[in-house]
Write a protein that binds this ligand. Structure first.
Ligand code: BTN
Length: 237
């Protein structure tokens, strides 16, 4: 069913929420007009973008595919804040799964080892475009995904896309106002990957040792060498 955008707009008076049936990517549409606070969404994307040049599976009506125009801000704290916001919105809206959601640095939302939400942040001089994809009712996914995927429906939660979108927008609005120290602290508390987890990131393999004040992940190799993971992401080793 098509998302009831009028209902969401009515809950967010004055907010610009541009909703499309089909877009190549909400990231591309958002970049056309960087009005602060603007939210762009689509029922389906024909060229949904993931991080590191991957694509994002975006079948019609089965997920939330949204980009938000945010004030310019440093990455990666913004990345962490966005992950935290998606994690919080999911916990509050998919209550039966509440304690099952995990955060994997820098901002994947997982249920167990499966990914249910992904976030892309494009930082420019004037704005950050935050692209958030949440798998709501998909029943199957392409076989060749980097991380196995799941959806809220596959995990047994029936969630209204309208209510989830509203929570997500409000959660992002709040998260980007938090001081960086609070974002880093909350992310570390929410994520099973922040500390004591054996991971691999590119050539580095070791155990996670928390986040530095800028939000970068620290990993200790078995020989004691410490690494700061600046980009990419981590996978269980
Ligand atoms: C990732 O985990 O690789 C990031 C996925 C980001 C997907 C969202 S869906 C809405 C927005 N538009 C896109 O083309 N990508 C992001």
């Amino acid at each position: 069913m098509t998302l009831d955008v009028a209902w969401v707009r009515a809950q967010l008076p004055g907010r610009r929420l541009d909703w499309f049936d089909t877009l190549d990517s909400t990231m591309i549409e958002a970049a056309r007009d960087l009005q602060p606070g603007r939210v762009v969404g689509a029922e389906q994307q024909t060229a949904g973008m993931g991080r590191h040049g991957r694509s994002w599976h975006s079948p019609r009506g089965e997920g939330l595919y949204v980009s938000m125009v945010l004030p310019a801000a440093p990455l990666p704290v913004t990345m962490l804040a966005l992950g935290l916001a998606a994690w919080e919105a999911l916990r509050d809206e998919a209550e039966t799964l509440r304690d099952g959601f995990d955060l994997r640095w820098p901002n994947d939302v997982l249920i167990g080892q499966r990914k249910c939400a992904g976030i892309l942040a494009n930082a420019g001089r004037d704005a950050v475009i935050a692209g958030i994809g949440i798998n709501v009712s998909q029943r199957c996914f392409p076989p060749d995904l980097d991380t196995p995927a799941t959806s809220l429906a596959l995990e047994g939660a029936a969630v209204s896309r309208e209510a989830l979108l509203l929570r997500l927008i409000r959660a992002v609005d709040q998260a980007i106002e938090l001081p960086p120290t609070v974002v880093v602290q909350r992310f570390a508390a929410a994520s099973s990957y922040a500390c004591g987890r054996r991971v691999r990131s590119g050539e580095v393999e070791g155990v996670t040792c928390g986040l530095d004040p800028a939000g970068f992940l620290q990993v200790r190799e078995d020989n004691g060498t410490m690494h700061t993971i600046l980009a990419g992401g981590v996978r269980p080793a």
